[in-house]
Design a protein around this ligand. Structure first.
Ligand code: ATP
Length: 267
């Protein structure tokens, strides 16, 4: 049996408070893993299983990975973050064993959240799959998901993709990734929340959050973070020149956001 590397296990320190917006998705994830861990008898009484599979989709940079890691921190679960290409690359020709090894690792470290990125890389319909290896890997993932469901394992599998329509339909059946959640570009309120998260611990002065958020339509969470970093660098470079540090102001962020192209224009 192939052992997956213990180093794949993370114990995240971030939690849901570090993720701006996405409140409904957070609550759905709590219902699948946090609440059942907190109140096992209640969940057993109502015949509601712990863990299972959720498919997250949406534009890049809007927090799928970040949310998954935060979910693990929130519910004190071990976290494994792996992409389909990593599984294929671990040992050529043994991808199904690699995948099994990852789930074994999750079981040994449960409760656990396994984040699998690039689920669409498994291909379109299974009949059309060009590579035999991808079909074997897909079948193994089906086995692992069914085994988690059958054994009520304390494992939540969060799958992610930018292209849900390419995810194999066999993976989207009940008991597998039966919940498909859109992780959208942040709306106005979420953009304010994300700005606050990244500016909170810095010296600031009268930041006009709503005004900034309005100017950041189509910005992903990653874009917003980049804006905050740029503005911070500008203020720092000024401070180094003048020897007079000053707090970040709205105008610094407005200048920074003009230099960043929003990355969810097509969504
Ligand atoms: P990809 O499809 O490219 O993998 P993703 O949806 O998984 O994208 P993440 O990697 O989770 O995106 O996000 C990138 C970074 O952007 C995160 O590490 C985080 O710093 C920031 N970020 C994204 N969304 C949020 C959010 N809602 N709140 C706070 N930070 C966010």
């Amino acid at each position: 049996e192939m052992e997956a590397d213990q180093e794949l296990i993370e114990q995240p320190t971030i939690s849901f408070k570090d993720v701006g917006g996405l409140e409904e998705i957070k609550e759905q994830i709590r219902m699948q893993i946090l609440y059942p861990l907190q109140q096992p008898a209640l969940f057993q009484r109502f015949g509601k299983r712990i863990g299972g599979g959720i498919l997250l989709y949406g534009p890049p940079g809007c927090g799928k990975t970040f949310l998954a890691r935060a979910a693990a921190g929130e519910s004190q679960c071990s976290f494994i973050n792996i992409a389909i290409h990593d599984i294929l690359d671990m040992y050529i020709g043994n991808s199904e064993k690699n995948l099994h090894g990852i789930f074994e690792l999750a079981r040994r470290n449960r409760p656990a959240i396994v984040f699998i990125d690039e689920l669409d890389a498994l291909g379109g319909s299974r009949q059309q799959m060009r590579f035999h290896g991808l079909r074997i890997l897909t079948n193994q993932l089906l086995l692992e998901l069914d085994s988690i469901a059958a054994n009520n394992s304390e494992i939540l599998v969060l799958g992610a993709t930018n292209s849900p329509w390419f995810v194999d339909s066999s993976l989207r059946r009940p008991g597998r990734f039966d919940r498909i959640l859109f992780v959208p570009p942040p709306d106005l309120e979420a953009r304010c929340a994300i700005l606050r998260i990244y500016l909170e611990e810095k010296p600031t002065e009268a930041i006009d959050y709503p005004q900034l958020a309005r100017q950041m339509e189509k910005f992903s969470g990653a874009d917003i973070r980049a804006v905050c970093e740029r503005a911070t660098e500008a203020v720092l470079s000024e401070a180094i020149k003048t020897g007079q540090p000053r707090p970040l102001r709205t105008s610094d962020l407005l200048a920074a956001l003009k230099q960043i192209r929003p990355s969810t224009l097509e969504w």
